[in-house]
Design a protein around this ligand. Sequence first.
Ligand code: KG4
Ligand code: ZN
Length: 338
Amino acid sequence: MIILGIESSCDETAAAVAANNTVWSNPVANQTVHEKYGGVVPELASRAHQKNIVPVVDAALKSAGIMKEELNAVAFTNGPGLIGSLMVGTSFAKAFALALNIPIITVNHLHAHVLALFAQRKNESKEVPGFPFLCLTVSGGHTQIVLVKDYFEMEIIGQTLDDAAGEAFDKIAKILQLPFPGGPLIDKLAREGNPKAFKFPHPVMHKYDYSFSGIKTSVLYYVRREMQRDPSFIENNLADLCASVQQTIIQVLMKKLLIASEDTGIRQIGVAGGVSANSGLRNALMKAGEENKWKVYIPPIEFCTDNAGMIAVTGYYKYKAKIFESHTVAPFARFSGF
Ligand code: KG4
Ligand code: ZN
């Protein structure tokens, strides 16, 4: 089964070719246009998708060594995300599939982040989780603990009630005068810093729920106060600030995951979404895995941050289950369940 996957929900234009759950090509066109604005500008994202979509699909087919006539279906993200961005991928996918006379498959972006745990790379055979398992999905827009019972049966048992973990990384990076997206930069700088240098409060939330806006506010107030004393406070303490912020976010994420695992008795733990590229979080998961006899599943970084490989692989599972979509389908902005 050869599936073309298309992802355009936010600021990455991506296409991929997968043969069953093996990803043969997975190019991503990043949009640098947002850097100077400190966040994604929806209008600019749509225009960049429009420019990128054909070259990215072309690159995916070429690098997979596949002719478009060999495709069995086109799978594309139809939400959640920015509507203008999603419309580019949706319209392209429909037209492409129509011209080739093959079916279309819609993919929920968050479903795909979870199923990225099942993606294989060519000539590689990675161990994948069995069901049920818990998946910590941490991205720029969402933070969820998902109880995954099957490829299609997933229950959100905990989630953030305000900012997502990636959003917290990015907003705090902005406070620290770092360019967007700040998550990867905080990760890099944190490696040189002392995670115990500064203390930020941990939120108290119900059961497996999260909150990250308090950490952001506390960093903002702390930095503002210190800068009155020393205008170069950020510069002089950047690595320590990054290490301390990263450590706080990771501790908060891990604490609820630990409770969820204890309560459910589930010891197979996966991680998904852009923030799962964070080296500190990956290490914390491995360590918790050893301490709690977990079996931990961490996807390669190319399947963590937004990519179309995960869309093509989800498309494959939906194809196998014969879940196709009609051409009247339209994208949606907000997540309302799997
Ligand atoms: O899943 P993703 O690529 O897009 C969404 O679906 O939102 O996640 C993007 C988020 C951004 O907030 C970005 O800063 C964060 O993932 N991120 C990281 C790292 N790499 C990406 N955060 C911390 N450390 C990283 N290494
Ligand atoms: Zn994502």
